[in-house]
Structure formats: C-alpha cells, structure tokens
Design a protein around this ligand. Sequence first.
Ligand code: 9MR
Length: 561
Amino acid sequence: SFAQLTEAISINQVGHYPSSKKVAVIKEGGEGEMFKVIESLSGEEVYEGTLVKVAQDQVPQREAWKADFSSIQQPGIYHITIEGLGKSYPVIIREDVYDEVLDAVLKGFYFQRASTALEPEHAGKWARAAGHWDDKVFVHPSAVSDAKSEETVLSAPKGWYDAGDYNKYIVNSGISMGTLLSLFEDFPGYFDQKSWDIPESQNAIPDILDEILWNLDWMERMQDPLDGGVYHKLTTAEFEGMVTPVNATAKRYVVSKSTAATLDFAAFMAQAARVMKDVEGLEDKADKWQAQAEAAWKWATEHPDRFYDQQKLNDHYDPDINTGAYGDGNLQDEWIWAACELYLNTSDGAYLEKIPLDDVPSFSLPSWSDVAWLGYYSLLRKADELEALQPFVASLRSSLSATGADWLGQMNTTSFQSVMGKDPKDFVWGSNAVAANQGIALIQLYFFDKDPAYLEAAMANLDYLLGRNATGYCFVTGFGAKSPMHPHHRISEADDVEEPIPGLLVGGPNPGQQDGCDYPSTVFDESYVDHLCSYASNEITINWNAPMAYLLGAVVAMEQP
Ligand code: 9MR
C-alpha cells in the first residue's frame, strides 16, 4: 500500500534508466532544504542533496523545488524523503524499466479491436465476447447521394474503436496509423523482433504490423471503390450506453464522404504501402494500398471542399448523427501530409504543387486536425533520397531546430521541468497527447542534430506523463503507484473487472472542462479528474495511445545495445 507515502514529491512512477537524468519535483518544501534518497528495503541512505527552487513559471501562486538525484545509477528501488513531508512513492531504477509499459501501451490497440472476441490467452481477465461485426453497415443518407455504388449496405469489419466510445473515425484513425507506421519506419530493427502476445504473434509478420493490419483491413473498406472517395466515419447515430461491445447493438452507418478523411486516407495508405511493400506476403496488398491512395488523392482534387460539418448534415438528413465530429475547416495540412507520402512513393512532381516549397515551413505540433508535420517528418526520414528537395529539407530542419531550442530554454522554467508546461495553451482536450507528440518532435530533432539534450527533453516529457506532473497521476492505466481507475471507457466500465484495461493513456489536464464534471482545480495543469464522467480529461483514445507508444518505443529502441 502506498497510503503512507506522500504525493507532494512527484516522480516518474514507472522509473528511470540507470544513466538517465532523474529529477523529482516538490510542490511544498522550502528553500535550502535537504532531500535524502533511501534504499527501499534496508532504509539505508544512499544520497543526500539540496532542493533547488524552480524558476517562476505560469502558475504564480505555485512554488516548486527540484531534487536531482541523477548520480544514483545503481539499479534498485528507492524513496526520496524530505523532513516534514515524508517519503515519496517508490523510485525505480532499472535497465529495462520501460519494457513492460511499452508492451502494455502497444497492446492497448489489441484491446480496442472491434469485431472479435478477446480470448483469456491474450486478454487475461479482460477477455470479452465479440461485438460490432460491422458486416452490415448502412449507408447513411448523407452518403447515399455521394455513393457511386448502388449499395445501401456494406461490410467494413475490424478496426480499432476510437476511444471510450465504439465508433470508428477515419480522420483520427489516420493520425494514429501514421504515428505507428512511423514508429516502425524509424526503428525497423527493434520492431521486427518485438512481440507482445497478440493472436498473430506466431506468424512471420512483426506484431506492430499485425496490429496495424487489423485496423487497415477496416480502413480499406471505407473507400468507395468506384470513385475513390472515403466515408468520414463508421458510427451509430448516438453514442452507445456504458455497455460491453456485445451489448452495444445499435445500427451503424457510414456517413458522408469528406475531403479530410480522403486525404488522410491517401497519406496513411501510401505510408502503409511504402512500409510494407517488402514484407513477405504483403507485396500485392502494398500495391493495392498505393492504388487506393492515388484514387483517394484524385477524388480529393475533384472534391477539395467537402468539409465535414455535422450540424449542417443534420439539417438535411435523418437520422441526426451526434457522435464525434472530427470536423476540420482547414485542409492545407492534410494536403501536405498526403502529398509528402505520395511523393516519396512516386517521385511524381505533381504532388509537390501542394507542398509550399517556397515558404519557410513553421513548425506545428501534430494533432488529428494538424497533420502537416507527419508528412514533413517523413520527408526528413528520407532526406537522403530527396536531392531535388534539399533547400526545403534544410528549412524543415532549421524550423524544427528553432522550436526545439525554444523548448529547451522554456522547460527549465516550468514547475515540472518538462516541455509540457511551457504554455497553458498546450493543455487542450487530450493534452497528454500534446506531451507525447512534443516528445516525438524532440526525437525527430535528435535524429539529425544528435544533441543529447533533445533526447533528455523527450524523456522529461515521459517523466511528466508517468507521474512528474501537477496531478500526481501516472497517466497510463495499470502503471505507477497512482494511476487512473475510472477512465471514460465503455469497455473498462462495463466489464466485471475492477481495474481498467491496462496500457491506455488518458486525455489529461484540460482546463476547458467541457464535460462539466467536478474537477479538483481550475488551474490548467491540475484540471484533471479520475472519474467516469470526465470525457474531457479522463477518456482514452487511439490517437493519444499512438504517440505514447512512439515515445516509449523510441526510448526503448534507442536504449538497445
Ligand atoms: O480528441 C478530440 C478533441 O480534440 C476535441 O476537442 C473533442 C471535441 O470535439 O473531441 C475529441 O474526440 C473525441 C471524439 O469526438 C469521439 N471519440 C472520443 C474522442 C475523445 O474524447
């Protein structure tokens, strides 16, 4: 039990590598006070240091101190103790300290699978019956006018549930796929071998690709084969109640084609084709995905302004659709992402027309509605093959470098000593994905710059996500001394198991508090509540788990000898 331990000393509750930077943050403390590090079992003191006041940041009423104990490199379990405050949660130092949480976060996608039973062999106590076969999905009237095919019913099984709800949305699935495909593309050697016990683990294909294929099998079906347009989402009309998949049986529809969905589809299909074209047994599929990507691009050029506007659709069609909208009024970034991926595969200059090659590209952190830099990361990844684009690639590098340099300066002035915290505006719905995506950006920067400070900053954001933050939570379910027990997640809520499905990153602090739940604080980085009610701070989604998987996966892969 952790009841005797103090939350005032916030730490990465999963732990640290022996050689990593190790910092705890104390919200109450006192100038000049000392901290001690003791070995957990023996109680023996192994280190004594001085608390250092952290420079004033965005929360004027908060005082924070840091305790740097990086010099402890001996693997073990420790506590930090401060007189008057007490003893921290366990501090773990170990060589393979992130392996288990990485496996769990990757397996989180398996737990989000639709159209399948989860067997105890793989799912343990979270085994469940199959639901959502999605083999008879209705073409919603908003899509009928668009559908070239005469079909009113189509089959689009499999895929991952988006989030705490059971719907499947192309836009959000798109960025999730791009992020996981990039993880494989950046660390093929590690992920070729990596396995985490899913039903396909015994086949010849790496688990990460098997998991991606589960979703891709669904996504392929979301394109109208006759014209290339892609349906925006597959959804019920209203959100289902808090029931298990097998009991969630409301009618499902594919809704309106959209330009955003079609361009995202073009992008990840092209990336999937590139990543898997040399995988034995997948060569033909890769050709097909490339053709699908090109057909999607063509549809988008012919229908550039099919913005998904749920309100407007509801004025015209029945039934009303009131599930996640993922509506986006600016598609320049979707064009860029699709253009980058398709250009990389074809060297066809026509795609370059959608990339603003003469501008200085400003950095913009990826999110479901802002995907330009997914494309730019891909260009940077393949920079050696892009002789014709050298000036542009150089400006991408300098833009990312400038952002990274700003972040390094800013992180030292934040209470929790991470890039996440530099700006209250980062605390959006799903802020934890902002932290993870900042980590990804820093890792991209580290690839070409090699300054270890960038990797250290990425890991500081990992520290933030795993417990060194203003809420005291380790934000991944099932990990850390204190982690979310009541995520807004139908599967976790409706099953008979007390613990939520493990390996899921919750949304995190969100001062918007759009759910109207009872939050403990209105301060931007404290606006989090571990309650089922809180879909705005405590839901889980695939587009938040994906960057968490990337950040952890990258850190672990780079740690391999
Ligand atoms: O993650 C989405 C966030 O950026 C939006 O502000 C919010 C409101 O539109 O919607 C979030 O996405 C939700 C989606 O619409 C439905 N499934 C659950 C998603 C996470 O809450």
